[in-house]
Design a binder for this molecule. Structure first.
Ligand code: NAD
Length: 489
């Protein structure tokens, strides 16, 4: 078992906070121990970051030179996909097939933002004034606080660190309590790639202590947060007091919709993947299913068959579909929701308990679960469970369907299964969500903006917006007549 150090302003050192550990959720074994950061560490990291981003050795780099560092990081990741995937699987229990995908997506994200910083241009607005020419440039914001959750560390961390650095900022990253390993590994890779000291610090520790101190620090000029909606709202209050921008990627309760002309097999497989991959611990999990009554029974039968065939087990083994949940505490919260669904009138069609297999007894496993018989207003249909639990509701009328699908505080994603593309597009337009998948689910492209409507978030990550979100625009007026200003213009 390893003892880890934190990465503070270019130095590997022991944190000055409490002891913490990373635990393999499949069997409770400890992967590594470390001392968390404390508030003094936060202050030191932010002060160093402020100095580092202003330093001419960083500020003076042309985009091509910043891009070169990101390309090196991407290469380093690509050379060790397997080791990194194992590390992330140990940290949060996701099956290797999924963590490999996340690692490769992090490499692609670094490469994309390397390219984006090279091609990002200022603006030359239409010239409307004969006495002055105007230009508009993008400049970095300064020190960025990046705060991340435990469910997809390497991907969500790279989605913040790469664009923020590409834009010329410095970053202080606070990973989730449960998953410090990947963020510290990323620090190592950026160091190897030649990122100057101070531009990236990684400070594991409690959100309420380290995250809070970081967000409140006067030199932090943006909070980039991915996590739960209530934490996001709290951070938005802090940002409002400081008048600084935020990017908030928050929770979801995403509807998937099966129209009467859907390809049943394609829909059933997509729905199964959309809710049960990552054991449902995904902000975009398709956790509320609306099925046209004409397809309801056959689709549900097929969905239960597919669900029964999913392999649940050690996430380090090949062929496993569902690993454990992040912790026993989280499993209890999922189990409590299933009990609540039953009190609300729901019928559990499959799952609804921990697996009986004694080999899985040490891990925080929970069987993939399908529940019917609830109304959309039930708490289990409205609240984010963040586990392998699907609620299924039939519908008859498209207008009622749209009202129910939109009847949620969340608006992160939605899925539509239908052979009628024009009808799907018309329906997609009416869904109040930041992403809509048609005849697919959880498909991603780094060049396509991602973010939520309503209480699922503010701002967008990915795409060129993803780098502009870490910059501010400055407009310049250049006199064309060299005359003193007159009072009347
Ligand atoms: P969380 O909100 O509990 O924690 C997220 C991060 O915030 C952690 O690093 C935590 O330590 C920190 N934090 C907690 N309190 C804080 C405070 N007072 N000040 C500053 N930081 C604080 O969320 P979680 O349980 O780690 O993650 C699950 C949630 O994340 C789910 O709601 C899920 O939907 C959401 N999520 C959203 C996206 C997205 O892109 N929209 C992606 C992944 C996860």
């Amino acid at each position: 078992m390893e003892t880890l150090k934190i990465f503070l302003a270019g130095r590997w050192c022991e944190g000055r906070g409490e002891e913490m550990s990373s635990v393999f959720p499949a069997d409770g074994s400890v992967n590594a121990r470390l001392r968390a950061a404390n508030v003094e560490d936060v202050n030191e990291a932010v002060a160093a970051a402020e100095k580092a981003w202003r330093d001419p050795s960083w500020r003076g780099l042309v985009p091509h030179q910043r891009a070169a560092i990101l390309h090196r990081v991407s290469d380093l990741i690509t050379e060790q996909v397997e080791e990194l995937a194992q590390l992330q699987t140990r940290d949060n229990g996701k099956p290797l097939a999924e963590t490999r995908g996340l690692v490769m997506s992090a490499a692609a994200t670094a490469r994309y933002f390397a390219a984006a910083c090279e091609v990002l241009e200022g603006e030359l607005p239409t010239q409307r004034n004969r006495d002055a020419m105007t230009l508009s440039q993008y400049q970095p914001l300064g020190v960025i606080a990046a705060i991340t959750p435990w469910n997809s560390p390497i991907a969500s961390e790279m989605q913040k660190v790469a664009p923020a650095l590409a834009a010329g900022n410095a970053v202080v990253l606070k990973p989730a309590e449960a998953t410090p390993l990947m963020a510290l590994k990323l620090a190592e890779l950026f160091e190897q790639a030649g990122l100057p000291a101070g531009l990236l610090s990684v400070l594991p520790g409690k959100g309420s202590v380290i995250g809070e101190a970081l967000a409140r620090h006067p030199l932090v000029k943006k909070i980039s947060f991915t996590g739960g909606t209530s934490t996001g709202r709290h951070l938005a209050h802090i940002a409002a007091e400081k008048l600084i921008p935020t990017s908030l990627e928050l929770g979801g309760k995403s509807p998937t919709i099966v129209l009467e002309d859907a390809d049943l097999e394609q829909a059933a497989r997509g729905i199964c993947y959309g809710i049960f991959s990552s054991a449902g611990q995904a902000c975009i999990a398709g956790s509320r299913l609306f099925v046209h009554r004409s397809l309801y029974q056959p689709l549900l039968t097929r969905l239960c068959e597919l669900t029964a065939g999913l392999r649940i087990g050690n996430p380090l083994q090949a062929g496993v579909h569902l690993g454990p949940l992040i912790s026993h505490k989280h499993r209890q919260s999922v189990a409590d929701y299933v009990a609540l669904a039953q009190q609300e009138g729901g019928r559990v069609l499959i799952g609804g308990e921990a697996p009986a297999d004694p080999q899985l007894a040490q891990g925080s496993y929970y069987l993939p679960t399908i529940i019917e018989g609830l109304s959309n207003s039930a708490r289990t249909c409205q609240e984010e469970i963040f586990g392998p639990v699907l609620v299924v509701l039939p519908f008859d009328d498209e207008q009622q369907l749209i009202e129910q699908a939109n009847d949620s505080i969340y608006g992160l994603a939605a899925g539509i299964w239908s052979r009628d593309f024009a009808r799907s597009m018309a329906l997609a337009e009416q869904l109040e969500t930041g992403t809509v998948w048609i005849n697919t689910y959880k498909t991603f492209s780094i060049s396509t903006p991602f973010g939520g409507f309503k209480q699922s978030g503010l701002g967008r990550e990915k795409g060129l917006h993803g780098i502009q979100a870490y910059m501010q625009q400055k407009s310049l007026y250049l006199s064309l007549n060299n005359q003193p200003n007159c009072w009347s213009n």
